[in-house]
Design a protein around this ligand. Structure first.
Ligand SMILES: [Mg+2]
Length: 226
C-alpha cells in the first residue's frame, strides 16, 4: 500500500458543491420570494466565487465574505433584502444539501477497509459538520479537519501542521492529499511537501506550475493509485 493515510478535500471532490449551492440558493429564493431563474443564480454565483477567491487569497475572513457575497448580489439586483438573513438561510440550506459526486460512496466504502480516511476542508464549520453528519460517508471518515476549527486554512503550512498534529502515524511520505483545487489543495500539498492527487473531471489545465503527482478524472481511478 502506497498511501495508507488519505486526506480528502470535501467540496467538489467528494461532495457535489455546485449542486448543493444551487439547492441552497433556491431555498433563499423560496424564503424571500425572489423569482428564481438561471440568470439570477448566475449572478449570485459570480459574487460567491469572487468572495471565496478573496478568502482563498487571504484578503478577508470567512465571516466577512459570506455576508459580502449577498451584499454585492442584492446590490446588483437592486434588492433591499437583508444580506445577513439571506446568508443565514443559504448556510442552513447548504447544511441540508447532501449531494455526492459519482462513485464517491463506493470508493470511500472500499478504501475504508484498507486505509485511514480524513477530510481536509476550508469551510464554515457548522455547515460542513451538518452536511457530513447527514451524508452516507460519515461512518467511514475518521476525522474532518475544518479550517474554521483548525484556526488556519489550506493552502497554509499552519493548516497542515494542525492536521499532522492530530493524526498518529502520519508522515509526509505515507499520505496523499486528494482535491479538485489548484489554489488550495495542490498548493497546500506543495507548500507542506505532501504527495497529491488532483481530481480534475473537467480536464482543466495546471496553469500554476504546481507539482501534481497523480491526476484523475473519476474517483474510482484512486483505487489503482493508493
Ligand atoms: Mg474543493
Amino acid at each position: 500500500m502506497r498511501y495508507p493515510y488519505l486526506l480528502f478535500d470535501a467540496d467538489n471532490t467528494l461532495f457535489n458543491f455546485d449542486e448543493a449551492n444551487a439547492y441552497a440558493f433556491k431555498t433563499v429564493c423560496d424564503a424571500f420570494s425572489l423569482p428564481y431563474s438561471q440568470e439570477l443564480y448566475a449572478c449570485y454565483k459570480k459574487h460567491n466565487r469572487a468572495a471565496w477567491d478573496k478568502f482563498d487569497r487571504g484578503l478577508a475572513t470567512k465571516e466577512q465574505i459570506v455576508i459580502e457575497r449577498y451584499v454585492n448580489f442584492l446590490d446588483e439586483i437592486g434588492s433591499s433584502l437583508d444580506p445577513i438573513e439571506c446568508n443565514r438561510v443559504q448556510l442552513e440550506g447548504l447544511g441540508n444539501a447532501v449531494f455526492l459526486l459519482p462513485h464517491a460512496l463506493e470508493v470511500i466504502e472500499t478504501l475504508f477497509k484498507t486505509h485511514r480516511l480524513f477530510l481536509v476542508t476550508n469551510a464554515v464549520a457548522p455547515v460542513q459538520k451538518s452536511r457530513l453528519a447527514k451524508s452516507p460517508l460519515a461512518p467511514y471518515i475518521e476525522q474532518a479537519f475544518i479550517s474554521e476549527t483548525a484556526g488556519a486554512s489550506k493552502p497554509s503550512r499552519a493548516y497542515f501542521e494542525y492536521v499532522f498534529a492530530h493524526i498518529d502515524g502520519i508522515t509526509k511520505e505515507n499520505c496523499l492529499v486528494i482535491g479538485d483545487s489548484l489554489a488550495t489543495d495542490m498548493q497546500g500539498a506543495n507548500n507542506f511537501s505532501l504527495p497529491c492527487c488532483r481530481y480534475n473531471p473537467k480536464g482543466a489545465r495546471n496553469d500554476k506550475g504546481l507539482r501534481i503527482d497523480h491526476e484523475i478524472t473519476d474517483l474510482s481511478e484512486l483505487l489503482e493509485i493508493v
